[in-house]
Write a protein that binds this ligand. Structure first.
Ligand code: UDP
Length: 254
């Protein structure tokens, strides 16, 4: 394998310096973690599926004018993205009560929320990503009010679009997490969608049966984790007929 400078290794991805300035290669691992990395495991084929699912969703978002960091997929586990300055926030959108919202506020999981709700978490592993408000974000300078206006607008558009797209293939978009970054072009800065959109950071339930097709299968030991991710790809029409295991591995990058 050609030597590349590794920039960062996270829980589910490794970032390498890209072939051109201002680009980064995102390598998708099969590693899975939950509960702030207290639970660790491997989901065979997850990296391949997430790379493909995220590519597909980012491309659809590009088509409707949502700026994002995606450039192109390089191989089964890698995609080329624009280098951005990540805003240290996890932006969560919820349409249906689940997970931490259901637990914290005592709302039955599966209850449709009166309207979509956005929450912010400060990205900091040592602090276990605490929930923060707009006040914290602007006071500590993680993002300006103007940045936050852009983030909210983009987030709501992503939610509307993905909700419809997934509904069309029989999936309820319960909640998901987005990350944003700053991209500079000729001294102008704009906020763009970054990271990934995959069953690792969305809750996806079958519309009819409520069956989970996302990382909750891993978090809650429900079994058939890989199958859940594959089913999402199959419904989106992007699962190769031979299945993930028959797909070839990453190609050597120069
Ligand atoms: N989420 C994520 N990364 C995190 C925390 C949450 O991608 O570090 C996603 C999660 O998959 C779900 C949504 O954000 O789709 C809301 O998660 P929640 O706050 O309910 O936390 P959890 O139950 O995952 O601990």
């Amino acid at each position: 394998m050609a030597r590349r400078r590794q920039l960062y290794e996270g829980k589910a991805k490794i970032l390498f310096e890209g072939p051109e300035p201002g680009t980064i290669v995102q390598y998708f691992k099969d590693d899975a973690t939950a509960f702030n990395a207290q639970k660790k495991g491997t989901i065979t084929g997850k990296g391949v599926l997430n790379n493909r699912i995220s590519e597909y969703l980012m491309q659809r978002l590009t088509e409707i004018g949502i700026p994002n960091h995606f450039i192109r997929r390089l191989n089964m586990r890698e995609q080329l993205v624009r280098e951005v300055e990540i805003i240290p926030l996890e932006v969560v959108v919820r349409n249906v009560a689940a997970g931490s919202l259901a637990t914290r506020l005592g709302i039955q999981e599966g209850t449709r929320l009166p309207r979509s709700i956005i929450e912010y978490y400060y990205k900091n592993d040592a602090l276990q990503d605490p929930m923060v408000s707009e006040e914290h974000i602007t006071a500590f300078g993680w993002a300006s009010t103007h940045d936050l206006d852009d983030i909210v607008q983009l987030t709501l558009r992503v939610n509307d679009f993905l909700t419809g797209l997934l509904l069309g293939v029989g999936i309820t978009l319960v909640d998901f997490k987005l990350e944003f970054g700053r991209l500079w072009e000729n001294d102008e800065m704009r906020i763009v969608l970054a990271d990934e959109i995959s069953p690792d950071n969305c809750r996806l339930w079958d519309l009819k049966t409520g069956e989970k097709m996302d990382k909750d299968r891993f978090r809650r030991d429900l079994g058939k984790v890989e199958e859940g991710y594959q089913e999402v790809a199959r419904r989106l029409g992007i699962l190769p007929e031979a299945g993930v295991r028959d797909m070839k591995g990453p190609e050597v990058m120069q």
